[in-house]
Design a protein around this ligand. Structure first.
Ligand code: SAM
Length: 279
């Protein structure tokens, strides 16, 4: 028995279903159910929500989310070996767990979810950033989710919450902070996982803002920011040369010095520049 439910401990689940961790699937499992319940609590009030979980593996976080009161959990797992272990959780929580076997990059989760929706995941590192960028760049805002509670390598978590002037400030910070409130809520050492990864990890909680912090066209902002940070050592007048013919004038009109470098420019100023370019 574990502290949070009547199912067997995760070590036993892994042994009985022979779930040896596969590096190719980014498998670093959390086996401490008190820790997975703690991560689930960072996601906020789950009682009236459907929770989308990507990569449940043997189900540690899934059990945390259910024990913490999620109305329903929709768990998308690529590794078919994990499905029988997840079926045992489904039997213990009737009507509250839907298991979807497949690749999260290819499945449309909306087919399985009813709003309000939160997303929580100990993401496979190989697909984590791509999923985050997709969730942050939907065709319409507000998005289909209210919040994201996601485990990342510490270095990626720092890029999400980075402020201007820091080495980690870049496209991910702008994308995240433009339309969400993002903060690191938990730090985890490698030993929290089995097998331990090479690096530390952190949980980031992102709450969707009802509307962007500053007005800007999403596609223009994205193009400007990508060009600016692709050549982050260059002055902006050079890095953004291809974005608009009169880029020096546009930079000045947005209150940015053409000799500045991308990492010195605030989110607000990037949005002003995107508006200048659109006009
Ligand atoms: N959530 C579990 C935990 O906390 O112990 C497992 C986390 S492990 C870091 C990542 C999980 O994502 C693995 O179970 C892996 O099989 C699964 N996975 C990897 N790539 C995936 C993909 N493209 N779509 C869905 N699941 C994937």
């Amino acid at each position: 028995m574990s502290a949070i439910d009547s199912l067997p401990p995760l070590r036993q689940v892994i042994a009985s279903h022979q779930l040896s961790a596969r590096k190719s699937l980014g498998q670093n499992f959390l086996l401490d159910l008190n820790l997975t319940a703690k991560i689930a609590r960072q996601a906020g009030d789950l009682s009236g929500c459907d929770v989308l979980e990507i990569g449940p593996g043997p189900g540690g976080l899934t059990r945390g989310l259910l024990a913490e009161g999620a109305r329903r959990v929709v768990a998308v797992e690529k590794d078919s070996r994990c499905i029988p272990a997840l079926e045992e959780i489904r039997a213990a929580y009737p009507d509250r767990l839907e298991i979807v076997q497949g690749d999260a990059l290819e499945i449309d989760p909306l087919a399985y979810l009813t709003p309000p929706i939160r997303i929580a995941a100990n993401l496979p590192y190989n697909v984590g950033t791509e999923l985050l960028v997709r969730w942050l760049t939907p065709p319409e805002w507000p998005p289909f989710w209210q919040s994201l509670t996601l485990m990342f390598q510490r270095e990626v978590a720092e890029r999400i919450v980075a402020k201007p002037g820091s080495k980690t400030y870049g496209r991910l910070a702008i994308l995240s902070q433009w339309r969400t409130e993002a903060r690191i809520v938990l730090s985890l050492p490698p030993e929290a996982f089995t097998p331990p990864p090479k690096v530390s990890s952190a949980v980031v909680h992102l709450t969707a803002l009802p509307e962007p912090r500053y007005p800007a066209d999403a596609q223009i902002l994205s193009r400007v920011v990508a060009a600016a940070f692709n050549q982050r050592r260059k002055m902006l007048r050079a890095a953004l040369k291809g974005v608009a013919p009169d880029i020096e004038d546009r930079l000045l009109a947005a209150g940015i010095q053409p000799t500045d470098r991308a990492e010195q420019v605030s989110l607000e100023a990037f949005c002003a520049l995107a508006r200048e370019i659109a006009s």
